[in-house]
Design a protein around this ligand. Structure first.
Ligand code: FAQ
Length: 333
């Protein structure tokens, strides 16, 4: 469905005289301001196209790299039911990656190109997926916190100005909401379990709390794209605004679980009616982005291995498609 935009790059990138271009840009911004959706064949500024390709492809990579930390527990889930739920969840994340690659393709970039950038290590994906999952409680913490943060960030993206991205997000958010609840339920069971289980849940919260806050991106003062993406209504809230919403939403859930957020400076601020956190370790965030997180190398190696092992499947699919085409051609002749 989405790739139909590719068959006619049409007028989009024809060089227009400066005056025409300004008029086109004004009309484009007026459409965005009027909350009209921008569709693949519509005129759009090149920078808008490039911003979307960057963000959507990073998002797609995050989903498929994001399959790995939890995928690590599929063979060791504590019951058959837990195993089938986890398989379904991890499969959903793969599906989200596919919707997102398709949405990015409508902007004129090929899936293969995006994939090669990921495998070459030149594309970004979310920092959060470079952390390890040493216990079953980490699977619960990912569902509760990571999917929780993902939903907080993605609900506003359902109203993104670019049609294919916003529509993909509506479906993704429905599924993420199930993921968040299954994660919270795992944490609840552990928190109401034996002392060892409670300790396991607390240790997982300790590991995932700060990386989850980093998921929202650098602080607003350091964000490169906040301002422009907000003007284009790709982003509806800044990184810090969404991070704050997540904290306000999640702290009472931790209280309900009887778990302690690992931040000695966390406090309720009566005046602003918000929780206030301690300082995020931005050096850690930057290191993870540079490829020096605990699992960066392992994650990329796993994706490269999967790509190599899938080579025969791609070849078989291409051979089948060529045979089908030949048969259809013969039947038509
Ligand atoms: N990790 O100027 P900003 C999920 C980069 S999906 C790595 O603020 P922007 C599902 C940013 O790209 C999780 N890099 O950028 C799941 C930019 O770099 P560039 C992914 C980060 O785009 C759950 C630079 O820093 N979600 O979890 C990160 O306006 C469970 C400057 O930053 C999305 O991708 C980071 N955390 O705002 C799967 C949502 N943060 O390109 C499995 C869509 C920032 O200039 C299991 N994306 N950077 O070199 C967005 O909403 C935005 O792209 C932000 C960043 C908010 C992430």
């Amino acid at each position: 469905m989405y790739t139909q935009g590719l068959d006619s790059p049409g007028t989009v990138d024809l060089p227009a005289p400066a005056a025409d271009r300004q008029a086109l840009e004004r009309r484009f911004q007026a459409r965005v301001d009027a909350e009209e959706k921008i569709e693949p064949k519509d005129w759009m500024p090149d920078a808008y196209r490039q911003t979307l390709i960057r963000q959507i492809s990073q998002h797609a990579h995050s989903e498929i790299v994001g399959m790995l930390p939890e995928g690590n527990w599929i063979t060791r889930a504590p019951s058959l039911l837990r195993k089938s739920i986890l398989i379904a969840k991890v499969q959903d994340e793969g599906g989200h990656g596919l919707y997102l690659y398709s949405a990015a393709e409508t902007l004129g970039v090929s899936r293969d190109e995006m994939f090669q950038q990921l495998l070459a290590g030149t594309a970004k994906y979310s920092s959060i997926f470079n952390y390890p999952t040493p216990t079953w409680a980490d699977v619960g913490a990912i569902g509760w916190l990571v999917d929780g943060a993902a939903i907080m960030n993605q609900i506003p993206l359902c109203r993104c100005s670019y049609g294919p991205y916003s529509r993909a997000m509506i479906r993704v958010c429905k599924e993420e909401s199930f993921h968040q609840r299954q994660g919270f339920e795992i944490m609840l069971r552990l928190a109401r379990g034996t002392t060892a289980q409670q300790q396991m849940a607390q240790a997982a919260l300790n590991r995932w709390w700060w990386p989850s806050l980093m998921m929202f991106g650098p602080s607003d003062t350091d964000s490169t794209h906040n301002e422009q993406s907000t003007r284009w209504k790709i982003k509806r809230f800044t990184n810090d605004e969404l991070r704050q919403k997540f904290v306000d939403f999640t702290v009472p859930q931790a209280d309900f679980l009887g778990l302690k957020i690992p931040d000695p400076k966390l406090r309720w601020d009566e005046a602003s009616q918000h929780y206030r956190c301690g300082e995020i370790d931005w050096t850690e965030f930057k290191n993870v982005l540079k490829g020096h997180g605990p699992c960066n190398q392992e994650r990329l190696a796993a994706r490269r291995r999967a790509y190599e092992e899938g080579q025969w499947v791609r070849e078989a699919a291409l051979a089948h498609a060529a045979k089908q085409k030949l048969r259809t051609g013969r039947a038509a002749a």
